[in-house]
Structures are given as structure tokens and as C-alpha cells.
Design a protein around this ligand. Structure first.
Ligand code: AMP
Length: 415
């Protein structure tokens, strides 16, 4: 596999898939530029070698149609500022032939949002999956996706994938495009390499004890990773909204707490499996309940198994936090995905903050800690602890799939 550090981009046009899907406010201003900064090492290397850059990304979910609010033209100036040089803009990613041809060494061209074309995602839009015509439409779209990727590939001499956030998708720009480059002219960018290495650290050569903390709102979206982690971890903390599905499954009273009633059996199966595997499953025993889903709700601490009618568990309670700390502090490998409560509300952020602090302490004592998934990353940023953990991943779904052991199409395509 070609390594970016060994490649000389002098005189080459490089098309780079970046993840510039940055959050914007209502005026189109970037509220968090982490993703742009994340791509800089790769972009600088190419420019400093004497190459030129064609940048491509998606933003949001425009569903195959032009959408002014999701135009990458809004971030052109921020990219120019970050790179310290002018950035040209191609307002249609399929009509950038001339702009790409005229690009000189050191110049940068940003293509418009790839997802303004349905071909990028390669799935028929507006056709019911169960309808008769879907299979044919899907096949036709796959052919169109190849053509789409071929046009993008025609702009450049070399392809670099540095968009970890979309690496679990087999999209035109993340995977299919790689078929149009020779092996020596396609590679991962520095950010992708770092992400892949961080996952490797978690999957191979595990230093024990290994504690994983899975939180967030639902069990259903995390079941794949929970089952997979069960094969690897010593301690598994399940917190956040899923606490109450487990509590109800065990016969608890959960008031109005969030709960997936169709996952009660699954919760019991997970508990049974943990027992069989010898995994220490930690479910918080108490919670901070609120009388409404609001930061201004009245609060009370109560058992997670006995939440009064009309109240809902919105954060981990003090006993739970102590239980979590007990298994986080001695850990030598730590994975955190998903908050322990509704951390967006100041009054229900205590549990998530305590987890972040415990992870930071364990990291200072030599643990390798990986934090991933939008909300946990938002947590460590909010609490000012991003620099106190070993690695903060830019990937949500991609990170979880990688840790589940799935091959990421965006990585496989250039390997
Ligand atoms: P997920 O997208 O599944 O990782 O869930 C993240 C979301 O879960 C965050 O927005 C949290 O506010 C939310 N969350 C965490 N704990 C709870 C809870 N006890 N009740 C409702 N939502 C929660």
C-alpha cells in the first residue's frame, strides 16, 4: 500500500476526499472547524511537495439535489484561511474539467457538495425499497455511480482518502473512485492513517484491563458494537438512555424514562452473555431524574429501578458515577462512545463530565483512551478534556463499524 509520507506530489494533481461536513449556524458561519483542521496535515504535505489540490466533500443530507444551505461555497473562505492561500470554487462537481485542467502547482480547487448528485451515495432516491422497480433502479444507480466516480477521477493524477467520517460508506468519492487509479497512485491521508491506527490500538495488542463505556439514547443503534465488545473487554459500562431499557427488563419502574420496549429481551440476553463471557457489566444503580425533558426540570436522585411516575432518568446518579470511576481508573485501555445523560442540558451533564474526568485521570496514569462518536467528542470538548485523552476520533458510525471488526470500504478501496 502506498503511504502518503513516501509519496512525492510534485507536479501532480491530487484529488482528496475530505470530510468538510462542518456544522454551520443560520448565517452559514462555521461553528466548529475541527474537521477542516483535521485535514490540514495531508493538504499541506501535498502543497509543500509542489502538487495541486482538488478538494471534495459532502455536507449534510441534500438527497441528490442542489440546496443553497448546504453549499460548500459557504466554507471556501475558511478553507483558504486555514491553508493560507486562495481557493477556487467549482460550483458543479461534475463540470470541473476546465478548472481542474488549469490548476497550477500550489493551487487549490474546492468542488461543490458531492451529494447534490444522487450518484455520490449511489442509492435510488424517492423509490420505496419494497417496490417492484427498486432492484432495477438500484442497479442503474450503481452504473451511474461508476460514471460519476470516473468523472471525478479524470480531474487528477492521484487519489487520497482522508475522510474517516464517511469511510464506512461505499460512495462514489470514498471508494468507487479508487478503481480509476493505479495502486501506487491511491492512498490514505494522514488523518485516516491516524484513525486506523487508533482503532488498531483498541483491537490488537490490548493492554488490560479494558473498559468500554457505551452510552447515548438507545440500545438498538449500539447492539452490534456491544456484542462485539463483549468478546474483548473486561468491563462494560452501559449508561445514558439505554440504562432504562435494562432497568425495565429487570422489572424496574422507570416512569417516563426513554425506553425501547421491543428490546427488553435483548437487554436480558446481553446481561446473560456478559455473565457467560465473564465480562463485568456495569449498569448504573441510581440516576438523576427530572420531571420534564428540559434543563429547567425539577430534579431528584433516585434508584434507576424505582423512578416515580411522571419522572424520567436524565443523568447517572452519584452511586453510578462512583461505580463507573471504579472500573475506569484502573483501566489500561478505554473506549468511550455515547454520553451518560442528556449532557446538552447543564443540569444533566454531571455523569458525562465525571466519565470524561475519570478517563483523563486514567490516561494520565498510562491508559490508552479512545473517544469517538459525535456526542462523546462534544462532551470532551465541552469539558475542556480533549487534550487529556489519547485520541479523539472524527468518526461516529465509521469508528463503531471499524471496532466491530468490519472492513471499511473507504480503507479497503485504497489498500
Ligand atoms: P446516541 O445518538 O444514541 O449516541 O445518543 C446521544 C444522545 O443521547 C444525546 O443527545 C443525549 O442527550 C441522549 N441521552 C443520553 N442519556 C439520555 C437519557 N437518559 N434520556 C434521554 N436521552 C438521553
Amino acid at each position: 500500500m502506498t503511504m502518503i509520507k513516501d509519496y512525492n506530489f510534485a507536479g501532480k494533481k491530487a484529488i482528496v476526499r475530505v470530510d468538510f461536513n462542518v456544522p454551520l449556524d443560520e448565517n452559514g458561519n462555521i461553528t466548529d472547524d475541527t474537521r477542516i483542521r483535521g485535514a490540514l496535515p495531508t493538504l499541506r504535505k501535498i502543497l509543500e511537495d509542489g502538487g495541486s489540490l482538488i478538494l471534495m466533500s459532502h455536507m449534510g443530507k441534500p438527497k441528490g439535489k442542489f440546496n443553497e444551505n448546504l453549499s460548500l461555497s459557504q466554507i471556501k473562505d475558511a478553507v483558504a484561511k486555514a491553508l493560507g492561500r486562495d481557493v477556487k470554487f467549482a460550483p458543479d462537481c461534475m463540470k470541473a474539467q476546465e478548472a481542474a485542467r488549469d490548476l497550477k502547482p500550489g493551487e487549490v480547487l474546492l468542488l461543490e457538495n458531492l451529494r447534490f448528485y444522487p450518484e455520490e451515495e449511489g442509492k435510488p432516491i424517492g423509490i420505496d425499497k419494497n417496490s417492484q422497480g427498486y432492484a432495477d433502479a438500484a442497479k442503474e444507480m450503481k452504473d451511474r455511480q461508476k460514471e460519476f466516480a470516473k468523472v471525478l477521477a479524470s480531474y487528477a493524477d492521484v487519489y487520497v482518502n482522508d475522510a474517516f467520517g464517511t469511510a464506512h460508506r461505499k460512495h462514489g468519492s470514498t471508494a468507487v473512485i479508487a478503481d480509476y487509479f493505479d495502486n501506487q497512485d491511491k492512498m490514505l491521508g494522514f488523518l485516516m492513517e491516524k484513525e486506523v491506527k487508533a482503532v488498531d490500538n483498541i483491537l490488537k495488542d490490548i493492554k488490560r484491563p479494558f473498559t468500554a463505556i457505551m452510552g447515548g439514547s438507545k440500545v438498538s443503534t449500539k447492539i452490534g458494537i456491544i456484542e462485539n465488545l463483549m468478546e474483548k473487554v473486561d468491563n462494560l459500562i452501559l449508561c445514558g438512555g439505554m440504562t432504562y431499557t435494562f432497568a425495565k427488563a429487570r422489572g424496574g419502574k422507570i416512569g417516563n424514562s426513554i425506553c425501547e420496549d421491543d428490546k427488553l429481551d435483548l437487554a436480558l440476553e446481553i446481561m446473560q452473555k456478559a455473565k457467560e463471557k465473564g465480562v463485568n457489566l456495569v449498569l448504573g444503580t441510581d440516576c438523576v431524574a427530572g420531571d420534564s425533558f428540559s434543563n429547567d426540570a425539577k430534579t431528584q436522585a433516585c434508584s434507576a429501578m424505582e423512578i416515580p411516575e411522571g419522572w424520567m432518568g436524565l443523568d447517572a446518579g452519584p452511586d453510578s458515577v462512583a461505580q463507573f470511576r471504579d472500573v475506569i481508573l484502573p483501566a489500561k485501555t478505554i473506549l468511550w462512545n455515547g454520553p451518560a445523560g442528556v449532557f446538552e442540558f447543564e443540569n444533566f451533564a454531571t455523569g458525562s463530565k465525571a466519565i470524561a474526568e475519570a478517563i483523563a485521570e486514567a490516561t494520565a496514569n498510562g491508559a490508552f483512551s479512545l473517544v469517538g462518536g459525535g456526542d462523546s467528542v462534544a462532551c470532551v470538548n465541552k469539558f475542556g478534556l480533549a487534550d487529556s485523552v489519547s485520541y479523539v476520533s472524527t468518526g461516529g458510525g465509521a469508528l463503531l463499524e471499524a471496532i466491530e471488526g468490519k472492513t471499511l470500504p473507504g480503507v479497503a478501496a485504497v489498500e
